[in-house]
Design a protein around this ligand. Structure first.
Ligand code: F6R
Length: 562
């Protein structure tokens, strides 16, 4: 039982608001449920026998089962399914047949695990829409929605595909489709180790993951940079150079922070590769009538690889004949498996709900993809080499910025009581303004807005007074002078300016009330540096305000429902 609770705790980061356990022992199934953290569930379970052989995480059961056309015999959709299974099972069918039979009668999305007192050693698991895997131990097997739950016991996992059902026992397992046709499945070795899903010496996963960025970016770039040729090697694109040359348009689709990195990707792709690029919220794209064809490359960006809208947008694009690529962190995730090809981020597990290291790895991966596309077109070898070299230096520059954490912590003390904060940036750093504002909103619950700095004059400038901190992301880049003018406009209205600037920027040193310096790099890579103080700022403010940094209220790590 301790094992199931430990697994549930490792899944807590995904942002469940309640959890439950079903325990099979002495010919019965006992169910425990509690709203809130796993600790509440532990309290609820108090005197439960510590040694059941079979138990399931009702958190998995709870993941959405949407039903249509059924006569409801109980309050929830999930209960309807359970009754259906029970009916078939008590008629004498083995549990796996009963679950398959029930699932053939229902519609909707689910990730379920079912146990029965009649087959105390069996777990039957099935997926449609929600991630699920079977983990293979020695003399013991597991069912989980995420490999991090079982890493302490095994690294060998089998990912279930849509519409598959697994019958899992301590010594063996079988995977079938709902028509009982057995499937040959490959066993994947998860390369994350236990340390990466634990906090190490850090107070929070978020801080650990912020501080890991020199390493996570290095891992994204490892083996991919070809300095001499001024290009990159990408083993997983699964598209020939000839076909990449036929691409006339790129659509990037994603949600949240991944959407912001997509915006940076658009700027890179248009500037360096000269390919018309659009960035679409996956939730909008999927329900419009998007114009994509076989000359469109649709790139989905997702840390988790499970975001329902991003997955659906990619499926829609595929249906219309587009080539699809995934920039995904979680190996073996649904998006990673469904796209034609892609670039894994290799940033390691991101447990903190607020995305940090995945964002900077996405920027690195987008730069790499831009180089690939650009070098097949007009980007010269010299330009290519310049970008490759700058990418190679990036991890060390990231470490230099992170060393300024104590300075950012002091700044957080001054900002912690703010009720509104405005983030402004231009060019490559406009998406960073959006990301800085999102980080603050989601973990400190302070209202924040990100805006293109010049757009401020068209509305938000009315908000500015001496109580309104304005964060400018203003490194020395092509639009720097323009941003300096925007800072002057804010100062003239009494605003308090915090500026992220390039080392030695004299103009902003005079104008800004507070500033954090970042080293120089190519314009396109400035976001990977300028975002770091903003991640730290949000973190320290949230800690000072006593917020739950790793699991902010109302948020889930991967949004597997639309
Ligand atoms: C914000 C955050 C979310 C995710 C979004 C997409 O810190 O984490 O906005 O970026 O839910 O998630 P993925 O990248 O897993 O598709």
């Amino acid at each position: 039982m301790a094992l199931v609770l430990e697994g549930l705790k490792r899944l807590e980061y995904r942002g469940y608001d309640s959890a439950g356990v079903a325990v099979v022992h002495d010919g019965r199934v006992d169910i425990f449920k509690a709203a809130g953290k796993i600790a509440m569930l532990e309290r609820e379970m108090g005197s439960t026998p510590a040694t059941s052989q079979t138990a399931i995480d009702a958190g998995v059961l709870r993941t959405a089962l949407t039903k249509r056309g059924h006569v409801f015999r109980s309050e929830t959709d999930t209960e309807v399914l359970v009754h259906l299974v029970e009916e078939l099972h008590t008629q004498g069918r083995p549990l796996v047949d009963a679950v398959a039979g029930a699932l053939r009668q229902v519609e909707g999305t689910y990730g379920i695990a079912v146990v029965s007192s009649r087959e105390p050693e069996t777990i039957v698991a099935a997926r449609r829409g929600s991630p699920l895997l079977v983990a293979i131990g020695s003399g013991e097997n597991f069912v989980a929605s995420d490999a991090s739950a079982v890493l302490a016991h095994t690294r060998s996992v089998v990912y279930l595909d849509e519409g598959e059902i697994a019958e899992v026992r301590p010594a063996d397992y079988r995977i079938m489709d709902l028509a009982a046709v057995e499937k040959e499945k490959t066993i994947t070795q998860v390369d994350w180790d236990l340390a990466t899903v634990e906090r190490g010496g850090f107070a929070h996963f978020m801080l650990k993951e912020i501080m890991e960025q020199p390493e996570s970016i290095r891992n994204t770039l490892r083996g991919r940079l070809l300095e001499e040729e001024g290009t990159v090697r990408l083993g997983g694109l699964n598209i020939t150079d000839e076909d990449l040359l036929k691409v006339q348009r790129i659509v990037i689709t994603a949600c949240g922070t991944s959407w912001y990195s997509g915006l940076i990707g658009e700027y890179m792709m248009e500037e360096l590769a000269r390919i018309p690029t659009e960035v679409e919220y996956a939730s909008e794209f999927r329900y419009r009538n998007p114009i994509v064809d076989e000359r469109t490359l649709v790139v989905g960006i997702s840390q988790s690889g499970e975001t329902a809208d991003t997955l659906a947008a990619l499926r829609e694009a595929k249906r219309r004949g587009a080539r699809t690529l995934g920039l995904v962190n979680v190996v073996g995730s649904t998006i990673a498996r469904e796209v034609d090809g892609g670039i894994y981020l290799h940033a390691g597990p991101e447990i903190g709900v607020a995305s940090t290291k995945a964002f900077t790895s996405q920027i690195a991966a987008l730069a790499v993809l831009t180089l690939k596309m650009g070098r097949l077109r007009a980007l010269s070898i010299l330009q290519g080499r310049e970008v490759v070299r700058a990418l190679g230096r990036l991890p060390d520059l990231v470490a230099q910025v992170l060393a300024k954490a104590p300075q950012v912590e002091q700044l957080a003390e001054r900002l912690q009581r703010a009720t509104n904060v405005l983030y402004l940036g231009r060019g490559y750093n406009f998406p960073v303004a959006l990301e800085g504002a999102l980080k603050l909103k989601e973990i400190s619950y302070i209202h924040a807005e990100g805006y293109p700095a010049a757009e401020m004059k068209h509305g938000p400038i009315a908000l500015i007074d001496d109580l309104m901190p304005v964060v400018f992301i203003a490194p020395k880049d092509a639009v720097h002078q323009k941003v300096v003018s925007n800072v002057e406009e804010v100062k003239a209205r009494g605003g308090r300016v915090i500026a992220i600037v390039t080392e030695g920027d004299a103009a902003l040193a005079k104008l800004a009330d507070h500033r954090i310096e970042i080293p120089e790099t190519l314009d396109l890579l400035t976001p990977a540096l300028s975002v770091l103080p903003l991640q730290l700022l949000a973190y320290y403010i949230a800690v000072r305000r006593g917020c739950n940094v790793d699991q902010p209220r109302n948020l889930a790590k991967s949004v597997t429902v639309e």
